[in-house]
Ligand binder design. Sequence first.
Ligand SMILES: *Cc1c(COP(=O)(O)O)cnc(C)c1O
Length: 333
Amino acid sequence: MYDLPARIHLAQLPTPLQPLERLSERLGVRILCKRDDLTESALSGNKVRKLEFLLADALAAGFTGVVTCGGEQSNHARATAIAAARVGLEAHLLLRTRDPHEPPPLSGNILLDRLAGATIEWISAEAYAEREARLEAAARDLEAARGGRFAVIPEGGSNALGAWGYVRCAEELAAQLGQAPATIVHAVGSGGTSAGLHAGCRLLALPYDVLGICVCDDRPTFQRRIAEVLVEMGERWSLDVRKEADEIEILDHYTGLGYALSRDEELKTIIELVRAEGLVFDPVYSGKAMHGLLREIAAGRALREPIVFIHTGGIFGLEAKAAQFSPLLGGSG
Ligand SMILES: *Cc1c(COP(=O)(O)O)cnc(C)c1O
């Protein structure tokens, strides 16, 4: 077996596993939802599972602040800002936006970042391409300007330590689903969730297929990135979790218009799901992945049942799409 690395308690776990009854009946396929949107309120979503390990490590090493990065409505940046406030760390965020001189309005995740006292540095897509160097430089600058010590948390919290958050999720699924086959479907944005699920399924010898649906980049990029995280976990904790890149299943034909951009058909799927099940998926990740899953099922793709869709959160990103939702809602506006 294995020992989990040290963690702090931030998330309300285990999250429920909920049957989607009307959707299952309509599709003739058994679908359950793992409610990781219920991990917390302002901390909701998948990132808090990773932050339990990442912040435990930062605190143990004596850091006084953290620096991380993401898109302008980054759920990871927001979760980091709130979690840092919870444990008395400072947070500084590098957020990608079209024109850093005209930052986006104070809404959704950005409002929460600021409420939590995080400082934001707006950066262009070109600067974001060098995010690793940018994060290191920001940490050194903050230490010089404010004192203290700043730990760098990578994009999405998706390194070997953060991935343990989804080993724990696999433990919960084992208790909730048992040892029978299943397919675990989830959105992929930086790969840490996938890496943790693959590692957890291997460590617990679970007969689950893990299927990621990416919302940006492409299949080879994520296969490589996830395989790298598994190698790092294997080396650092002496575990047999390694996988070949081509053993990692990723669908990359549902990225649509690109990261954080929505097609009307994706937003219609989100509306349909709220109305059928009372569940709100987000446009950037979970709604896009759910749309992909429903398209795969409609196209006759055989998946081992039950299908467990992980609702990875993201509700604060909904507001940014209000104008695009408006004409799709019908009825009285
Ligand atoms: C970050 C995020 C994901 C993707 O998880 P990764 O571990 O980055 O691949 C999925 N859904 C939501 C809502 C997210 O915020």
